[in-house]
Design a protein around this ligand. Structure first.
Ligand SMILES: NC(=O)c1ccc[n+]([C@@H]2O[C@H](COP(=O)([O-])OP(=O)(O)OC[C@H]3O[C@@H](n4cnc5c(N)ncnc54)[C@H](OP(=O)(O)O)[C@@H]3O)[C@@H](O)[C@H]2O)c1
Length: 255
């Protein structure tokens, strides 16, 4: 059985990937993962593929046991894995609660790495892995510092994973979009200091980011920046001392 696994499929970018993969790939099942089961069921009803709904909280360690057991029973070929579950919180480090801090690291870092680890035995030549990082990964970002650091983790993890899996013919990509028009902002602003990042201009449609990154993953790209702004941020992160992009960002976020 050939399957696609998409985490964060109940909303935004994850849902956009589910729709694109449904149209573009021939699979036996799509496994849709997120906490909101009704959202996943509603999405499944719109897709042509058979879907398996896995309503899992990926900050809860028992969720990984369930996924592991399901994989062991079905022994599928994971043709595509998209790790899109993630969230950010606006605010400086002192503004975040212990739970926000713990959950953000658990979801953005641990869950992405653990879901990937569980899938590794089921990836075959030609399988595709897309880890959803962010252009926040390219430099430290005051006012959204923990989120940016979790995405830097995911970017580095994915780059090394790509190297490790190259010999097996598996296509691994770190996807680094700029702001997207999703539920991310509402979640990010639900914090003690939402004004730490006042504006998020020029946000992209998630469908465009999903389509572009799937195409680039198919072409073997290791890191995909979805648009010119994240491309410039990637370049800046490589050539400038971290203090310069941080100072520029510090002014932009307070506008
Ligand atoms: N939006 C942006 O500006 C932007 C930019 C760059 C990168 N990204 C990244 O893109 C990815 C998708 O974000 P989005 O913009 O599509 O935001 P979104 O619309 O808020 O979607 C986030 C997804 O993560 C799932 N999720 C959240 N907490 C979870 C948990 N504990 N367990 C399982 N699933 C959980 C949500 O589902 P449930 O709530 O149903 O669990 C939802 O499906 C994230 O990794 C984000 O960091 C976003």
């Amino acid at each position: 059985m050939r399957i696609g696994i998409i985490t964060g499929a109940s909303s935004g970018l994850g849902r956009a990937y589910a729709k694109h993969i449904d149209k573009r790939m021939e699979l036996d099942e799509l496994w849709l993962i997120a906490r909101r089961e009704t959202r996943l069921t509603a999405l499944a009803d719109t897709l042509d593929h058979d879907c398996r709904i896995l309503a899992l909280d990926l900050t809860d360690r028992e969720s990984f046991d369930l996924l592991e057991r399901t994989l062991e029973v079905e022994k599928p070929v994971v043709s595509v894995l998209v790790s899109a579950a993630g969230f950010g919180k606006f605010g400086e480090a002192q503004d975040l609660t212990a739970k926000e801090t713990e959950d953000m690291i658990a979801l953005n870092c641990h869950a992405a790495a653990e879901v990937t680890r569980l899938c590794l035995p089921y990836l075959h030549r030609g399988s595709r892995v897309l880890e959803i990082a962010s252009c926040a990964a390219f430099q430290p970002l005051p006012g959204i510092s923990l989120y940016a650091a979790t995405k830097a983790f995911l970017l580095r993890y994915t780059q090394a994973l790509r190297h490790e899996l190259q010999g097996r013919g598996i296509l691994v990509t770190a996807v680094c979009p700029y702001w997207l028009k999703t539920e991310f902002m509402a979640v990010a602003r639900d914090t003690a200091n939402p004004g730490a990042v006042r504006h998020t201009p020029l946000a992209m449609r998630p469908e465009a980011a999903a389509a572009w990154s799937l195409t680039m993953n198919g072409l073997g790209a290791g890191v995909v920046t979805c648009g010119p702004i994240p491309f410039v941020m990637r370049l800046g992160g490589k050539i400038l001392p971290a203090g310069i992009p941080m100072r520029i960002w510090d002014n932009i976020r307070k506008l």
